[in-house]
Design a protein around this ligand. Structure first.
Ligand code: GDP
Ligand code: MG
Length: 371
C-alpha cells in the first residue's frame, strides 16, 4: 500500500493562510480523526469539491476535498501553526514530502523571459494554468481516461515545443554554399548589421549568432561558413557549421537565385532526418533566367532590398510552433515538468492509467509546493 503524504503547498514563511495537502490512501481517515467540523460530522467517505469549516487542535481551519485521496487543510499561516498541523499528520503515520521550490524558479524564468509573449505564458502558469489543467486531467483519468489521454497529448506537445523555449531560444541555423547571401540575410532578419558581409566567398569563418524574436518566439539565428568542399582556412568554420547544424531546430538553406549553380543540402552535408529545413532563394532583385516556380516550396526574397524577408520570419515562426497555445493555456514551463508530463503521456498511451496519475501528481507536488 502506498504512503499517505503530507506536504506544504504554500511558500514556507509567514503568510495569512497556509495550505497543507494530505494525499494518499489514508488521507480521509486521518482527516476525520484530527479535524472537528463546526457543524455536522464528516461523512464516511470524502465528497469531492466540498468544504468544511472547523478546527484542528485549537486552530480554525477549512477542509477542502480536492480528490478522493487528496485533501487540503487551509490553516493560519504562522510558521508554528503550520508546523503543528503537519506534525499531527506525521504523528499518525504520514510521511512528509519536501520538494524543491520552483516558485523561485518560476519567477526567475519570468525575469529571464526574452519576449512579452513568453513572459505572459510563464505568468499564466504561475497563476495556476498548469496546476489546474493537471488537476482536471487527474479527475478525468478516473472518469474518462481517453479524453484525459488526449488532454495529456496536448499538454506534452506544448511542453516539448513552447515549454522548452520560454527562455532558451530556438536555434535557427542559416546555411548554404558560400556567397549566396547568408550573412546578409541574417542582418536583414535581425534588422541590423551583425554578420560580416563580404564579396569574397568564404568570409564567414565563425558561426556568428544573433538573438531576435519572430512572432514573440525567441530565436537565435546562427550564421555559418559556406558549406562546400574546403581545405585550410575554411575547414574549421565548416566543421563548426556542421556541429551547429546537428543542434539546429530549423535550418534555413540559402541559395543564390541569380545563379544557375544551385547546391541543395543533400549534396553537401547530412542534415539529421528530424531537422526541418526551409529553402530560400535570395537575390531576387537580380535578373533570373528561370521562373520562381521552377523551385517549388522555396521562399524567394532579397536580403538587399528586404523584399519578402518578413514573410520568411513569419514562416520560420510557423515552422517552429505551428499550433501555439491559446492565452491562459497550460504549458509545462520548466524542464522537470516537461519530462514528467511526457512520462505521464507515455503511460496513458499504453493505458497505464494509474502510472499516468502517479507521474502527474509529482508535477503537481513539484509545481504547487512552490507556486
Ligand atoms: N543583389 C543582391 N546581392 C546580395 C543579396 N544578398 C547578398 N548579396 C551580396 O552577395 C555577396 C555575399 O553576401 P554574404 O552575405 O557575405 O554571403 P554569404 O557568404 O553567404 O554569407 C555580397 O556582395 C552581398 O552584398 C541580395 O539579396 N541581392
Ligand atoms: Mg557569410
Amino acid at each position: 500500500m502506498s504512503d499517505t503524504v503530507v506536504s506544504l503547498l504554500t511558500a514556507p514563511g509567514t503568510g495569512a493562510i497556509a495550505t497543507v495537502e494530505v494525499h494518499g490512501p489514508r488521507a480521509w481517515e486521518l482527516v476525520r480523526q484530527l479535524f472537528k467540523p463546526a457543524g455536522k460530522p464528516l461523512p464516511e467517505s470524502p465528497e469531492v469539491n466540498r468544504f468544511w469549516f472547523g478546527t484542528l487542535g485549537s486552530d480554525e481551519v477549512i477542509l477542502a476535498v480536492m480528490l478522493n485521496d487528496t485533501i487540503e487543510v487551509h490553516c493560519h499561516g504562522g510558521r508554528r501553526v503550520v508546523r503543528w498541523v503537519m506534525d499531527q499528520f506525521l504523528a499518525n503515520g504520514c510521511i512528509e514530502e519536501r520538494t524543491p521550490r520552483p516558485l523561485d524558479e518560476g519567477f526567475e524564468l519570468l525575469q529571464r523571459a526574452p519576449t512579452l509573449r513568453t513572459a505572459s505564458i510563464i505568468l499564466d502558469q504561475l497563476n495556476g494554468a498548469f496546476a489546474n489543467e493537471v488537476r482536471r486531467i487527474l479527475a478525468l483519468l478516473d472518469t474518462d481516461p481517453h479524453t484525459a489521454a488526449q488532454a495529456l497529448h496536448t499538454l506534452a506537445y506544448f511542453g516539448n515545443t513552447v515549454g522548452r523555449h520560454l527562455v532558451e531560444p530556438w536555434k535557427v541555423v542559416v546555411a548554404g554554399p558560400p556567397n549566396v547571401g547568408k550573412s546578409s540575410l541574417i542582418n536583414a532578419l535581425a534588422g541590423y548589421q551583425r554578420s560580416v558581409v563580404s564579396e569574397v566567398a568564404g568570409t564567414t569563418r565563425d558561426a556568428v549568432s544573433v538573438r531576435t524574436a519572430f512572432d514573440g518566439w525567441p530565436i537565435e539565428l546562427i550564421d555559418t561558413a559556406g558549406l562546400r568542399d574546403a581545405e585550410g582556412l575554411e575547414a574549421e568554420g565548416i566543421a563548426r557549421a556542421e556541429r551547429e547544424l546537428a543542434e539546429a531546430d530549423l535550418v534555413v538553406w540559402v541559395l543564390d537565385a541569380s545563379s544557375r549553380d544551385l547546391i541543395f543540402p543533400d549534396e553537401t552535408i547530412h542534415l539529421p532526418r528530424s531537422t526541418g529545413w526551409v529553402l530560400v532563394m535570395n537575390k531576387t532583385d537580380r535578373s533570373l533566367d528561370w521562373l520562381p516556380n521552377d523551385i517549388p516550396g522555396a521562399i524567394h526574397l532579397s536580403a538587399t532590398t528586404g523584399e519578402n524577408v518578413p514573410h520568411l520570419a513569419e514562416w520560420i515562426a510557423y515552422r517552429l510552433v505551428s499550433n501555439p497555445p491559446d492565452l491562459g493555456s497550460a504549458v509545462p514551463f520548466a524542464p522537470p515538468l516537461i519530462e514528467v508530463v511526457n512520462s505521464a503521456f507515455l503511460s496513458a498511451s499504453r493505458s497505464e492509467w494509474d502510472r499516468a496519475k502517479q507521474h502527474l501528481r509529482t508535477t503537481l507536488a513539484c509545481e504547487e509546493t512552490a507556486v
